[in-house]
Design a protein around this ligand. Structure first.
Ligand code: 3PG
Length: 403
């Protein structure tokens, strides 16, 4: 494993990588679970009397979400009830002056790391460690702390460059995400292990089933996963009416063979929906498998009967993992699948991890309590990679640093 902030010496100058990448609506960054989670690490470091400098990214160049982090400082500050200073610079003179001026217990957030050309693109850690970004900032600090598990799949300077230039430690979010998400791949449980597989990407679904096929007893399918497997099973779930070819037709065309093989090999482990829901005159309506009619309907959720079928499987489990939403839960009439599954998980006394994309948002939206889950992941792409057994470079470097 890796060293954590418990292993830091007293009164250090620490450079901390967070993942505050957030939805942005009309130019305004939206508060979300990433702020409340990272607040724990930042608050603890400040309370311990370290000088705390934070780095994070937001969006990507060319996208609407690519904005300054000035608002993020205010949002994070509210979560830890202390002022967070902000400087609109990353490693220029203004940043260096602000870092130099910090007193013990003070916290400073630097500008969006992706505004530096050194941050992107993805390159080897040695290359990133050699950038002006890393070479300028590293000498200002005693330690580097990576708390950005959810960005650890990216080989960007702020994630892979600094561990080669400074003693490297894991923050609290990194620790808890790493433990929960690797528990699955290591199958650290006895008894029934169930995975609810949803979301919108065929390759994620296939990756998860290929990698975890021997470790999971039952896969309950929803979302795009269920459409693909129902289609392989001979039901009329097509994609012809969808305009987003990338999400539908191509996903089927590119993955048909492997989906048919997985259905064949893992038939006893796979639970398919009994039917799917669609919109009829503004109201939720449902089709059984036999009634499915892809040419005339867009299916947005698993049917009520499917929710009832998955319920006892979930409640009889010793461990349950949810990857991705089972339907379009953001629309209340298509939330029954995701909310039904997530509520059953909450009410079951088992080890549970809920993650993938925005799935964790369903917990707030439908009035559930995060404390009823083993772990609610704030990671998207990194969660999938952990489930599919891929290394996360940012995590690997922390492990290397500890050895
Ligand atoms: C995320 O939001 O999942 C991470 O911060 C990674 O962001 P990216 O997909 O823009 O690299």
């Amino acid at each position: 494993s890796f060293n954590t902030i418990d292993d830091l010496d007293d009164a250090q100058r620490v450079l901390v990588r967070l993942d505050l990448n957030s939805p942005v609506e009309d130019g305004e960054a939206q508060d979300n679970r990433r702020f409340s989670r990272h607040a724990e690490t930042v608050g603890e470091l400040a309370d311990e009397g370290h000088r705390v400098v934070l780095m994070a990214h937001q969006g990507r160049p060319g996208r609407d979400t690519f904005v300054s982090l000035d608002q993020h400082a205010g949002i994070l500050g509210e979560h830890i009830d202390r002022e967070i200073q902000f400087v609109d610079d990353i490693y220029g003179d203004d940043a260096l002056d602000a870092i130099e001026a910090l007193e013990p217990g003070e916290v400073l957030l630097l500008e969006n790391t992706r505004m530096s050309d050194d941050e992107l693109p993805e390159e080897a850690p040695e290359v990133k460690a050699d950038t002006e970004f890393v070479q300028t900032l590293a000498p200002q600090f005693d330690a580097y702390i990576n708390d950005a598990y959810s960005a650890a799949h990216r080989k960007h300077a702020s994630l892979v460059g600094f561990p080669l230039a400074l003693p490297a430690f894991a923050g609290r979010v990194m620790e808890t995400e790493y433990e929960a998400n690797t528990a699955i791949a290591n199958r650290e449980f006895d008894g029934q292990v169930t995975m609810l597989v949803g979301g919108t990407k065929a390759t994620d679904v296939i990756g998860v089933m290929e990698t975890l096929g021997e470790k999971i007893d039952t896969f309950c399918l929803g979302g795009i996963a269920s459409h693909l497997f129902l289609r392989a099973a001979g039901y009329d779930v097509g994609y012809d009416r969808h305009e987003d070819l990338d999400l539908y037709d191509t996903q089927w065309a590119n993955n048909e063979d492997v989906i048919r093989r997985l259905l064949d090999e893992r038939r006893d482990q796979i639970e398919l929906p009994e039917g799917l829901a669609y919109e009829d005159d503004g109201e939720r309506a449902e089709h059984t498998r036999e009634q499915l009619d892809a040419a005339n309907h867009d299916y947005m959720d698993i049917s009520e009967e499917t929710v009832e079928k998955y319920d006892p499987t979930i409640r009889n489990s010793d461990a349950v993992f949810l990857k991705g939403a089972l339907g379009v839960f953001e629309e209340e009439q298509f939330s029954a699948g995701t909310v039904g599954a997530v509520k059953a998980i909450a009410e079951t006394d088992c080890f549970s991890v809920v993650g993938g994309g925005d799935t964790s948002r369903s917990i707030e939206m439908y009035g559930m309590d995060e404390a009823d889950f083993g772990h609610v992941s704030i990671a998207g792409g990194a969660y999938i990679r952990a489930l599919t057994g891929d290394d996360l470079p940012g995590v690997e470097l922390l492990v290397d640093a500890a050895n």
